[in-house]
Write a protein of this length. Structure first.
Length: 151
């Protein structure tokens, strides 16, 4: 049985050695490879653009976060300096009514400053969120268009 199997395999290989692949089959195979290669290149370009878009979104988000962080640090510095200036003025006060007046003036000033700082921070946060959303939206639109065109 083993000899018979070996002989049949040898006969098949001998016959296959002289067999020719039809030209239409070769053409179909080559066309399939070419179309697959083209699809790969299109999808690869879309993926690379997608990665670039993600990087742009991350950079926009990072820049926004930095702007907000810088604003918070600036506000903290301004408020701390104002507190030190008020404390120094209070320390130099000669009478109790002067101390009370300086404290009241400082508190009134800080309430106004805090309101203005809160408004500025809210406006900055809104601007950053809007810019980030617009970047994401533009990226998504571009990505969908590329996918549509690649298909």
């Amino acid at each position: 049985m083993n000899e018979q199997f070996t002989r049949q395999a040898q006969d098949m290989f001998a016959a296959a050695k002289d067999a020719r692949i039809p030209e239409n089959i070769q053409a179909m195979a080559e066309d399939g490879v070419q179309k697959t290669r083209e699809a790969y290149y299109k999808m690869s370009a879309v993926a690379k653009d997608g990665a670039k878009v993600v990087e742009e979104v991350m950079l926009a988000s990072q820049a926004g976060a930095k702007a907000i962080g810088d604003k918070l640090i600036h506000n903290t510095t301004v408020n701390t300096e104002a507190a030190f200036d008020a404390a120094q003025a209070i320390a130099r006060a000669k009478t109790l009514p002067e101390v009370v007046r300086l404290q009241a003036d400082f508190l009134q000033q800080q309430l106004a400053v805090a309101g203005a700082q809160s408004k500025e921070l809210f406006e900055l946060s809104t601007k950053v969120a809007k810019q980030t959303f617009e970047t994401v939206n533009a990226a998504a639109t571009k990505g969908f268009e590329q996918m549509k065109n690649a298909g």
